[in-house]
Design a protein around this ligand. Structure first.
Ligand code: SF4
Ligand code: SF4
Length: 333
């Protein structure tokens, strides 16, 4: 049996390494440009002409970050590197470590998830000042680029709320779980697109962006909700006990926006020709993304479950049939 990895896997690994390299470069560049170094290069007293020259140079040079920005950027880059590594290695342990880090760091420490507010910003083409928000730009660029390359990797690993509900799903006994009937599920997944459209229309008409608080639960990590919001959150988490990933699959407008981008994902999930008839991975997918021979990339969060199965030579029908055919050829007449 050939040991060589398929081109698709090699491309994915190469791209992931390029992203890891870029993340490392992002980390190293600002460290070269600390304010201490900038100060050393600045004369004690400046004439007006000198000041103009310094300001011009400042505008055209890379941003100099203070210590807290560098720490924030370094932690974010380390976290994203962990997420990408867990994805390339298809390591379940690293994936769960990433999810725990997502809740602790992205949720409670950083409290800065991709949100409807960012979609509103995009709609009115207004962005924060780069110099003071480098890590924000790194997160946004990573989210969009990784979605174009692989799909909703952000949802599968980076989002603290998604990580929380996925971990809940691991802890809660499966006897409590209830799946929506396929006919209902088929239409329910479009609700999130309706919510996204409604929120965007409301924002463009009223210019009121605070509606996001009642549409997405990410404020929970900053403990900034009103009593009504906490009650709604409790109800949402209660429903999630019975219907896995309920918010992500049916209601999240950020997931909907990333789902739209996922339609142009370059490196989807490989399929064997036996997948057309075998339903094993269909049952493995907890996101309802596999429908017969087709994978809906807008629903898939690159959780790895089906891909681990495809590579399992003791379970996947593709490999079992291959092994059977080889054994038949090796048997003497
Ligand atoms: S669907 Fe929404 S809540 Fe779920 S993981 Fe994605 S962004 Fe987070
Ligand atoms: S099981 Fe496969 S298709 Fe389903 S969400 Fe995970 S990676 Fe995507």
């Amino acid at each position: 049996m050939p040991n060589k990895k398929p081109t698709h896997d090699r491309m994915t690994a190469a791209l992931a390494k390029i992203i890891l390299f870029c993340l490392l470069a992002i980390l190293l560049v600002p460290i070269q440009f600390t304010p201490a170094q900038a100060q050393q290069n600045t004369p004690q007293t400046l004439s007006l002409a000198d000041l103009d020259a310094v300001m011009e140079e400042d505008e055209s040079s890379l941003p100099s970050l203070d210590q807290s920005q560098i720490t924030d950027l370094a932690t974010l880059v380390a976290f994203l590197a962990l997420a990408v590594t867990s994805f390339i290695k298809k390591s379940t342990r690293l994936k769960y470590a990433t999810m725990v880090a997502a809740i602790a760091y992205m949720g409670f420490v950083k409290g800065n998830l991709v949100s409807l507010v960012h979609i509103f910003n995009l709609a009115e083409w207004s962005f924060p000042i780069f110099q003071y928000n480098v890590s924000w730009y790194v997160l946004m660029i990573f989210t969009v680029v990784s979605t174009v390359f692989w799909g909703r990797l952000y949802c599968g690993r980076i989002c603290a709320f998604g990580a929380l509900t996925q971990l809940m799903d691991r802890i809660i006994p499966s006897r409590f779980r209830f799946e929506l009937p396929p006919r209902v599920d088929r239409y329910a997944i479009y609700v999130k697109y309706g919510i996204l459209l409604f929120a965007l229309t409301y924002f463009l008409i009223t210019d009121n962006r605070f509606i996001y608080k009642y549409i997405e639960p990410f404020w929970m990590f900053t403990l900034s909700g009103t009593a009504v919001m906490w009650v709604l959150l409790a109800a949402l988490l209660l429903v999630t006990v019975f219907i896995r990933n309920f918010y992500c699959r049916y209601l999240c407008s950020v997931g909907a926006a990333l789902g739209v981008i996922s339609n142009v994902t370059v490196f989807g999930i490989k399929r064997w020709k036996q997948c057309d008839t075998c339903k094993l991975c269909d049952k493995v997918c907890e996101w309802g993304a596999i429908q017969g021979p087709k994978i809906s990339m807008s629903e898939c969060v690159r959780c790895d479950d089906c891909e681990i199965l495809y590579n399992d030579k003791a379970k996947c029908v593709h490999w079992l049939m291959l092994a059977k055919n080889e054994a038949r050829h090796d048997t003497p007449e």
